[in-house]
Design a protein around this ligand. Structure first.
Ligand SMILES: [Zn+2]
Length: 119
């Protein structure tokens, strides 16, 4: 198990293993957030936060929700905003200890246009 935490520590996310690949997406939201996503089965991810410890943002088709710490503002993950959308979650790998993601391959996703990986 490894954990990702926001800057202030109010949000802690536990995942079963280090990510092997990270996705750097250029879509309109990811490029602004500067996130790198590590994907996991949602059932394997534990999010620890106080009841009002997070805030979220949905846009477009409103199928997924981008979650951030309500205190320090760090984007921590995305999750399905309605049932049946996906069984995965994206954890913002920027919040892992750098040593935990050093070996991960970073893949560039063209989410802005073709939805294909550019490598
Ligand atoms: Zn925080």
């Amino acid at each position: 198990m490894i954990a990702a935490t926001c800057h202030c520590g109010a949000v802690r996310i536990e995942v079963p293993r280090r990510p092997r690949t990270l996705t750097d997406c250029n879509c309109s939201i990811c490029r602004r957030y500067g996130t790198r996503w590590a994907y996991y089965k949602a059932a394997a991810v534990k999010v620890h936060a106080a009841a009002r410890g997070t805030a979220s943002y949905v846009w477009g088709g409103k199928s997924i929700r981008f979650v951030r710490c309500a205190r320090c503002g760090c984007v921590t993950h995305w999750e399905a905003a309605k049932s049946g959308v996906t069984d995965r979650m994206g954890v913002n790998a920027r919040n892992f200890d750098p040593a935990d993601v050093r070996a991960a391959r970073v893949r560039r996703l063209d989410g802005a246009s073709t939805w294909k990986y550019l490598d």
